[in-house]
Design a protein around this ligand. Structure first.
Ligand SMILES: Nc1ncnc2c1ncn2[C@@H]1O[C@H](COP(=O)(O)OP(=O)(O)OP(=O)(O)O)[C@@H](O)[C@H]1O
Ligand SMILES: [Mg+2]
Length: 300
């Protein structure tokens, strides 16, 4: 039984709004999973339910085959939430010692310092006097304090400088190599592409894609041609061609979805629509994300 997290038909409604709508997935021991999706897609709500901070309106969540709120489960989880709040009135070292004391097998202070990059100076500082990025480092250390088997980060690198960010992902790699199960959400898609072996892509409270970064990219990204064109140019004739699956505008570019990019290039010239700066979009997670979550609201 190596399922660490399992959600079955989980829904969470706030008043009449379904923030999470009939979501099912499970995560195995040792997986590193990124939860992606636009603002309001349901990522934090899902994470909060996994942590037992919110109760699902319907459906079932199991962690290590137990209810999320059971003590034996909580001891195995480390978490870094989207909103960082630190205990005021205590020095960083004191907070770390306090939280360590709650766990049966905590990591040593030295290990926490090494893993998170907290400095001697940070340890002596009152928590409320830390900078935003230093607070994140503290909250990272608190997440790891109990030597958890499952670690959950909600947008962990927001506000981190490039050095802290690199160190953070290096540590995540080390933890993954130790066999920890790691779930994180991020809006930095490159982080997901680099660090995750699996991506759950959320949109409007549901999962629209679940696979490796490669699988998700290959689903759509090699099949798009984009270009600039004069606003008054008519694109209607393009719709007559069966090779063109969809046309939509994003910012100042037109995107064409197709299974045959060569044919689309040929058509662009044949139809003389004046396409400029033509690009074939290939292999970018960002493109996959845009297309899978766009809802095609900007269809011409
Ligand atoms: N406590 C709440 N009461 C009412 N609505 C809520 C509550 N928490 C979340 N929502 C709504 O549920 C939806 C999903 O919110 P959630 O915080 O899960 O999104 P998210 O994917 O984490 O977004 P972000 O990328 O902005 O962090 C949103 O429409 C949000 O307004
Ligand atoms: Mg969120």
């Amino acid at each position: 039984m190596n399922k660490v997290v399992s959600l079955k038909n989980v829904t969470k409604s706030f008043q009449n709004k379904k923030a999470v709508n009939d979501v099912s997935f499970s995560i195995k021991k040792g997986e590193v999973v990124a939860i992606l999706g636009p603002n309001g897609a349901g990522k934090t709500t899902t994470i909060s339910m996994i942590l037992g901070l919110l109760t699902p309106t319907a459906g079932e969540i199991k962690l290590f085959n137990h209810q999320p709120r059971e003590k034996q489960v909580r001891e195995k989880i480390g978490v870094m939430l989207q909103e960082v709040s630190v205990m005021p009135g205590l020095k960083v070292r004191e907070i770390l010692e306090l939280i360590r004391s709650y766990y049966p097998n905590p990591l040593s202070l030295q290990e926490l310092v090494t893993l998170t990059g907290l400095t001697e100076n940070d340890l002596k500082t009152m928590a409320e006097k830390l900078s935003g990025g230093q607070k994140r480092r503290l909250s990272f250390a608190l997440a790891l304090a109990g030597n958890p088997e499952l670690i959950i980060f909600d947008e962990p690198t927001v506000g981190m400088d490039i050095t802290s960010r690199n160190r953070f992902w290096h540590t995540v790699k080390v933890l993954a190599e130790q066999g920890k199960t790691i779930i994180f959400s991020t809006h930095y898609l490159q982080e997901a592409d680099d660090a995750a072996e699996r991506i759950l892509l959320f949109k409007d409270g549901g999962i629209v894609a679940d696979g490796t970064p490669e699988q998700i990219k290959s689903r759509i990204s090699k099949q798009s041609v984009s270009f600039k064109v004069d606003p008054e140019a008519s694109l209607e004739n393009l719709y007559l061609h069966p090779e063109i699956n969809d046309i939509f505008r994003k910012n100042d570019r037109v995107y064409i979805q197709t299974n045959n990019t060569d044919k689309v290039l040929e058509l662009l010239f044949q139809e003389k629509i004046g396409a400029r700066e033509i690009q074939i979009e290939g292999g970018k997670l960002e493109e996959a994300f845009k297309q899978l979550t766009s809802g095609h609201k900007e269809v011409i």
